[in-house]
Design a protein around this ligand. Structure first.
Ligand SMILES: Cc1cc2nc3c(=O)[nH]c(=O)nc-3n(C[C@H](O)[C@H](O)[C@H](O)COP(=O)(O)O)c2cc1C
Length: 304
């Protein structure tokens, strides 16, 4: 079964992806947070994050977010210029700013814009594309209408997070909707949403139905892997978590300036972590690096 690490803006940057790949492994592809155009320019920070040199050795898929053919072409040009021949297209981001601009799940309300993207893709036959999408922005019909165009694209697969954009992260991912969508999709499909344990996912009654459809390719996991980065390995959790943290810590302290820059970055690493509640609170509340280190020492104390 194909397993992907979902893109999580602010969490899974290149350093994190590299470290996770080297320490844990078990992931077939790591998706980058979306590369976007802001104030008319492609964000430099996004381009730096997908630079081939810092992603070397890790199976990485750059992701773009666009509101139509023009933005899409500009983003693809920049990414292809870096040497990539694999691109994922975001049609699922529910953040209101992106949705209002017709990007992410907002794009699903504009079939004409998806058609523009389809035409642009056609001109780039050397690139292997995939799509990551939601069921729709306001209702499922939007996603199904988009699927009529998506079915005419050349794609490696479609990843579906079966929530509506308007739900953001509320409620649960709708596996029945995923099944219905898969019935109509002619591409291989990847399921994404609320997976916290592979065995629990595979033994769930509805997920079992996924495996009966030959179009079912695998899964993408996001917050579950941030919580338990060791999930796909059989290594001792705390020992390997320590190695991952060491890499993130070293990078932050060497590249960022002062506690006010370093601490938020380190806190983000622990935000979703599945660790002792009290220790996590102390880590997230630490207001200086020495305090942070004290809290971390409590977590790892006696574990090696
Ligand atoms: C903080 C945050 C940032 C995210 N950034 C992206 C992104 O850049 N691109 C994207 O396609 N999805 C993004 N997502 C959505 C996740 O990739 C994923 O689809 C979602 O979290 C559901 O999967 P999960 O339940 O396994 O986490 C983000 C989600 C969160 C919570």
């Amino acid at each position: 079964m194909y397993i992907a690490f979902a893109p999580l803006q602010g969490y899974t940057d290149a350093i994190y992806r590299q470290a996770h790949n080297h320490i844990f492994g078990g992931v077939d592809e790591y998706y980058t947070p979306f590369v976007r155009i802001e104030k008319g320019e492609i964000r430099r920070k996004d381009l730096r994050d997908i630079s081939p040199s810092i992603n070397a050795g890790t199976p990485t898929v750059p992701q773009v977010i666009a509101n139509g053919g023009e933005e899409f072409a500009r983003l693809c040009d920049a990414i292809e210029q870096q040497g990539w021949s694999r691109i994922d297209i975001n049609m699922g981001c529910p953040f209101p700013m992106q949705v209002k601009a017709g990007r992410g799940s907002g794009l699903l309300q504009h079939p004409d814009k998806i058609e523009e993207i389809r035409k642009e893709m056609f001109l780039r036959s050397e690139v292997t594309f995939s799509i990551k999408m939601r069921l729709g922005q306001d209702d499922e019909q939007e996603g199904l209408a988009a699927l009529q165009i998506i079915n005419d694209m050349q794609l490696m697969h479609v990843t579906l997070h079966p929530r509506l954009g308007k739900q953001q992260y509320k409620g649960t991912a709708n596996k029945e909707s995923f099944l219905r969508f898969m019935e109509q999709c002619r591409h291989p499909m990847v399921y994404n949403g609320d997976i916290v344990d592979i065995d629990a996912f595979s033994s769930d009654t509805v997920s079992k139905e996924f495996f009966k459809n030959s179009n079912f390719k695998g899964i993408m996991i996001g917050r579950g892997l941030l919580a338990r980065p060791w999930m796909l390995s059989d290594k001792e959790p705390l020992a390997v978590l320590r190695s991952l943290h060491e890499t993130i810590y070293r990078h932050a302290t060497q590249n960022l300036c002062g506690d006010s820059q370093i601490l938020p970055h380190l806190h983000a690493f622990w935000e979703y972590a599945d660790i002792d509640h009290k220790i996590k609170k102390a880590i997230l509340k630490s207001t200086s690096l020495p305090r942070y280190k004290e809290a971390i020492a409590k977590l790892f104390c006696g574990q090696q």
